[in-house]
Design a protein around this ligand. Structure first.
Ligand SMILES: [Zn+2]
Length: 408
């Protein structure tokens, strides 16, 4: 991609109302644009990052048997009335009337999946079912001020599973828990899995995936020795105490951002929406159900909250918009050839071919935050200067050396 035609240009200053780091840096770098509070466009660079996040999620969902589909976002009031959630969701759900009919914009899809199940499930042989989709969700957030972390319209991956029994549900629930851990490891997060109470749906605990971040709105307690963690709402102890699980480590507290959550919902939905199957003796039983969410746009915002310095964003390699930022300084003769050779090797390159000064180019490279920077200039001749975003060290290398470094 040639930077001279990339839309939009970077900005020197953050918008005046931008309070959070992700808002400031993602707008300045040209990744996102705010239409109104809580409503964002993913610009081409931002869309590339989210697409890569989605692909990691997709691979891990498919690996545990998930089947991808796409459900509607516009729902009739009637389906939400079946579970009594139309009234309950009034504060957060966009609900409106058009030509005498009432509709809601989805913030989740349990009711729709339940409707699909009752149309298609007859016996225990039809279960289990694992389906997921990536779609826009709507939520009328009272406080939509944390940049892209908290949108009124945002992207969600939600997975739903349906089972014959509680034990089958919990087996799969633990598989999803492992898959989520794989996803967040691949993305590069320092995260904790914390327990939270199940609320009205289940006596079981639910789990949240929390990334430690100074800019976070959540607060978690975790052990400095084992994998124990709980969120603030349910933990009765305090920092410095002995860990309730391993009895060895100390309880610590940290601000955090929730990037994923998983819920064993039991039979609450099936009982209200009459989703039954016949077991092997022909007896009618309610379907056991679970739902599992990750917000990819929130993941992007979180990556910026935990990956930045005073100059700009630092993307992890797995989800960076490009692998390489090729910076062409005036007088360089070989930039086009290098760009073409790297691209032919399947390496994703943003080529800064703009006619602006070196200082501006370097500042933009730091702001955009692509992991590897290559500088070609008259002074360097046939050699190319290699620098990683996380280091001040530069090296002069040949193109072959650079290709083998990138491919390793
Ligand atoms: Zn512990």
């Amino acid at each position: 991609m040639r930077q001279s035609v990339l839309f939009p240009k970077t900005r020197k200053d953050a918008p005046k109302d931008a309070e959070s780091i992700n808002h400031q840096l993602l707008v300045r770098g040209g990744f996102i644009d705010q239409l109104m509070s809580g409503s964002w466009t993913l610009m081409p660079l931002g869309f590339r990052v989210v697409t890569k996040i989605n692909q990691i999620i997709r691979e891990e969902m498919n690996a545990i048997g998930g089947q991808e589909m796409l459900m509607p976002v516009l729902h009739p009031k009637s389906i939400w009335e079946e579970t009594g959630r139309w009234e309950k969701a009034k504060e957060i759900m966009y609900q409106f009337k058009m030509k005498d009919k009432e509709y809601g914009l989805a913030f989740t899809h349990e009711e729709v999946v339940m409707d699909l199940l009752r149309k298609n499930i007859k016996s225990y042989q039809d279960l289990p079912i694992y389906v997921y989709h990536f779609s826009t969700k709507f939520r009328d957030e009272a406080r939509a001020r944390s940049g892209i972390l908290r949108g009124r319209e945002f992207m969600m991956k939600d997975l739903y599973s349906a089972h014959v029994s509680e034990s089958d549900l919990m087996d799969y629930y633990n598989k999803v828990k492992d898959a989520y851990s794989k996803i967040f490891k691949r993305i590069g997060f320092d995260f904790r899995v914390t327990e939270a109470s199940g609320g009205v749906f289940t006596d079981k605990h639910t789990h949240e995936f929390q990334v430690m971040a100074d800019g976070g709105e959540d607060f978690i307690y975790y052990c400095d020795n084992c994998d124990w963690g709980e969120n603030k709402e349910i933990f009765a102890g305090k920092e410095g105490e002995k860990c309730p699980k391993c009895k060895n480590g100390k309880v610590k507290g940290a601000k955090s951002i929730e990037v994923g959550n998983i819920f064993p919902l039991g039979t609450w939905f099936a009982e209200r929406m009459r989703v039954y199957y016949a077991d092997d003796k022909g007896l009618k039983k309610p379907v056991w159900f679970g739902s599992y969410g990750i917000g990819p746009t929130r993941v992007m915002g979180t990556l910026v909250e935990v990956g930045h310095d005073e100059k700009g964003i630092i993307w992890p390699k797995a989800v960076a918009p490009y692998e390489v930022h090729l910076v062409e300084l005036s007088g360089a003769k070989n930039a086009k050839k290098i760009y073409e050779e790297l691209t032919q090797k399947g390496i994703e390159v943003l080529w800064d071919d703009r006619e602006v000064g070196a200082g501006e180019k370097f500042a933009d490279a730091d702001l955009i935050g692509i992991p590897s920077r290559l500088v070609v200039s008259e002074r360097n001749g046939d050699k190319i200067e290699w620098k990683e975003r996380t280091s001040e060290k530069t090296e002069l290398l040949s193109l072959d050396e650079i290709i083998s470094k990138l491919e390793s």
